[in-house]
Write a protein that binds this ligand. Sequence first.
Ligand code: ZN
Ligand code: ZN
Length: 190
Amino acid sequence: MDHLEHSRVVSVLTQQEHNCGSCGGEFDGCSKTMLLQIVRPYLFQDDASGEWRLHFEKQLGEDGDFAHAPYFFHEDCWLETSESLRDEVEGNPPTRLEGSTIACRCNFCGSDVAEGDYLGIVHYGDFRLSNRQPNLQDALEHTMEGGPQYLCTECLFELNVSVLEGLWDEDAGIMNEDEEEDDGEKRAWA
Ligand SMILES: [Zn+2]
Ligand SMILES: [Zn+2]
């Protein structure tokens, strides 16, 4: 995950309200938080080691802002949210994609996520004051710690509709290319 450099993460913070996506509360300067972003995963091979790694491409709208706003959560709020989401998708058979390059699997329902599909990614980290920027509002960094959690589009849909309701505008649409023909009920919204 170290390719998500601090400079880019800080730019997230300067563009968003620093309120919890679940309870709406604020974060104090050293709260443990989770950051949820919508990205597209791509595999690339490391020249030096030959290992395959995942790169996460952020999605920007025409105005240069995030196509789908990133959200921060208090650690406890995300734990509660993720338990509700697990209950919501429990028993759903995981989607298996034939003939696609699989980038990763959803940590909630176990579905395959193809390279280039939309993916929710949750990092664990904490806010801290940056020495580089004197303005408090812009001076929070989200330090990467530990591994991320992945959410497939079905789980993002459930999160947005059943668990938290309205994180993202449904009109903004999150639809993978192979889903444009189906009715978009399960794996996407539009
Ligand atoms: Zn909260
Ligand atoms: Zn899922």
